[in-house]
Design a protein. Structure first.
Length: 482
C-alpha cells in the first residue's frame, strides 16, 4: 500500500507539472502569435498525435504486455527484434507521407501548396516512433521514477524551445517548434533506457528457435496495439459525433460549454489515474500467470483507487463552478450542468479503467473491444435520444450511462473470465462507490438541496477514505517494520 501511495503521488505530481507547463506554453503562444498561432500549433499537434497513435500500434501497450513477464535475456532479444521492426515501419510511414503529402496537406490545411511542411513531419516520423518505443520499454521495466522525470524534462524542454523559436520567428517558429516537439522525448527516453537496461544494446545473432519465438511475441505486440488503436478510434469517433450533434442541434455556444466541461473532466481524471498505465499495468502483465498474485494486485489497486478517487470527485463537483470561472470565465458557468453529470460518470469510470487494464494484461482483447463498443453505443445513442428533452445536459447523462454500463460489464467479465473475486477491502470499496454514485444521481432530483447533500457525501467519503488509507498504511508498517 505504501508503494501505491508513493507511485501515485510521484506520477500524479509529474502529470500536474506537465499540464501546468503546457498551459504556460499555450498562454505564451497566444500572447506572441494570437489565435492564428494557437490554431496552427493545434493542427500540427493533431498530425503529431496521429503519428503517435500509429506508433503505439507497434510500440505502445503491446510492448508492456508482452515484455513485462519475460526474463532480462528474452527482453533483450525482443527489444532488438522490435527495434528493427519499428524502424522499418516508421520508414514506410515516412515514405507514405512524402508520396501523399499533397492530399494530406489538403486534409489538414485545406491547401495543397503546404505539402513541404508535411515533408518535415515525414522526416521526424522515425523520431516519434522511437520516442514512443523507448518510453514503452521504460514502462515495461517498471521504471516509474524515470518515467516521471522523462515527462517533466521533455515537457520543460519543449516549452523553452517553443517560446524561443516563436519569439524569434513568430509563425515560422510555430512550425519549427512543432517539428522539434518529439525530439526531447526520444533523446531523453533513449538515455534513460540505456542506463537501466544495457543488456538490450549488444547485437548477438538469434537462433532459428529464438527467431520463431520472437516472431510470435511480435504478433502479440501488434494484436494488442491494433485492438487499442481500434478502441481509440471508436472513442474519438463517438466524441466527434456527439460534438457535431451538439453543434447542429444546440449551436456553437453549447458546443463551447461541452468542450470546456470535457477538457476539465479529462485533465483531472488523468491526474487521478496516472499510476494505472505506468505502474499497475506492467506489474499485472508480469504476474498474469500467477492467479493468486493477480487477484491480490487487482484487489489492492481497485480498493486504493476507489477510496482515493471518491472524495476527489465529490470535491470537484462542489468546486466545479469556481473551476470553470478560473480556467475559462463566468460565461462558461452554464457548463456546470453537463460537468456534474460527467463527474458522476467518473465513479463508474474508475472501476472500468482499473478492470480494463486487467483484461488487456491477460490478453482478453476481444472482451476489451466489446466493452468499448458498449461504451460508444451508449454514449452516442444516449446523446441522440436525450438531447431533445435535456439539451446540453444530455451528453453528460449519456457519459454517466455509458460508464455505468461498461463498469458493470467489466466486473462481470473479469470475474467470469479470470476467476477474480473481490476481497473484503475491494468489495467494500466497490459497494461504497456505487452507493455514493447512486445518491449523487438521486441528488439531481433535488436541485435546491443538492449542494448540501454533496457536501455531506464529501465529508463522509473523505473521512472513510482517510480512515481506510491510514489503517492500511499502519497495517503494512506493522507487517513490514523495515
Amino acid at each position: 500500500m505504501r508503494r501505491l501511495f508513493k507511485v501515485t503521488a510521484l506520477l500524479s505530481s509529474s502529470s500536474l507539472v506537465e499540464i501546468t507547463l503546457n498551459i504556460i506554453k499555450t498562454k505564451l503562444l497566444a500572447l506572441l502569435t494570437g489565435p492564428t498561432g494557437v490554431g496552427l500549433m493545434g493542427l500540427y499537434q493533431s498530425l503529431i498525435n496521429l503519428l503517435r497513435s500509429l506508433a503505439s500500434v507497434f510500440a505502445g501497450a503491446g510492448v508492456v504486455q508482452v515484455a513485462a513477464p519475460l526474463p532480462d535475456e528474452q527482453k533483450a532479444d525482443l527489444y532488438r527484434a522490435l527495434l528493427r521492426y519499428v524502424l522499418g515501419v516508421s520508414g514506410l510511414v515516412t515514405l507514405a507521407l512524402i508520396l501523399f503529402s499533397r492530399p494530406v496537406a489538403i486534409f489538414f490545411f485545406n491547401d495543397a501548396g503546404r505539402y513541404k511542411e508535411l515533408m518535415g513531419f515525414a522526416l521526424i516520423t522515425p523520431v516519434i516512433f522511437l520516442g514512443i518505443f523507448w518510453r514503452s520499454w521504460l514502462n515495461a521495466l517498471r521504471q516509474v521514477r524515470s518515467l516521471a522525470k522523462l515527462k517533466i524534462m521533455a515537457t520543460s524542454t519543449v516549452v523553452v524551445t517553443t517560446v524561443v523559436l516563436v519569439w524569434v520567428w513568430k509563425l515560422k517558429g510555430v512550425y519549427l517548434a512543432a517539428l522539434l516537439y518529439p525530439v526531447p522525448l526520444a533523446m531523453l527516453a533513449w538515455r534513460a533506457f540505456k542506463k537501466v537496461f544495457p543488456a538490450a544494446l549488444p547485437q548477438p545473432a538469434l537462433s532459428e528457435h529464438q527467431a520463431i519465438d520472437i516472431s510470435a511475441r511480435i504478433r502479440q505486440v501488434l494484436a494488442t496495439g491494433q485492438t487499442l488503436l481500434i478502441s481509440s478510434l471508436l472513442f474519438t469517433g463517438s466524441v466527434l459525433f456527439v460534438k457535431g450533434l451538439i453543434n447542429r442541434q444546440l449551436g456553437a455556444q453549447a458546443l463551447g460549454y461541452f468542450q470546456a466541461s470535457w477538457t476539465l473532466a479529462m485533465v483531472y481524471i488523468e491526474l487521478l489515474l496516472a499510476a494505472l498505465g505506468m505502474d499497475f499495468f506492467p506489474r499485472l502483465a508480469a504476474a498474469c500467470t500467477d492467479k493468486r498474485t493477480t487477484n491480490a494486485l487487482i484487489n489492492q489497486q481497485l480498493a486504493f483507487t476507489l477510496m482515493l478517487s471518491m472524495p476527489v470527485i465529490l470535491a470537484l463537483m462542489l468546486l466545479a463552478p469556481w473551476a470553470l470561472q478560473w480556467l475559462y470565465s463566468r460565461q462558461f458557468l452554464p457548463a456546470d450542468g453537463v460537468l456534474q453529470w460527467q463527474l458522476t460518470g467518473d465513479f463508474f469510470k474508475v472501476i472500468s479503467w482499473v478492470l480494463g487494464y486487467v483484461l488487456i494484461a491477460h490478453k482478453k482483447l476481444g472482451q476489451s473491444l466489446v466493452i468499448q463498443l458498449l461504451w460508444v453505443s451508449l454514449f452516442s445513442a444516449g446523446s441522440v435520444l436525450l438531447m431533445p428533452g435535456y439539451g446540453i445536459h444530455a451528453p453528460g447523462m449519456a457519459f454517466a450511462l455509458a460508464y455505468a454500463g461498461s463498469a458493470g460489464l467489466s466486473l462481470g467479465l473479469v470475474a467470469h473470465q479470470l476467476g477474480w473475486r473481490p476481497d473484503r477491502h475491494a468489495g467494500l470499496a466497490v459497494i461504497t462507490t456505487l452507493a455514493v454514485a447512486a445518491i449523487t444521481l438521486i441528488s439531481f432530483s433535488f436541485p435546491t438541496h443538492r449542494s448540501g447533500l454533496l457536501a455531506l457525501l464529501f465529508l463522509f467519503s473523505l473521512s472513510a477514505s482517510v480512515s481506510w488509507l491510514w489503517r492500511q498504511w499502519h497495517q503494512e508498517t506493522e507487517d513490514n517494520p523495515s
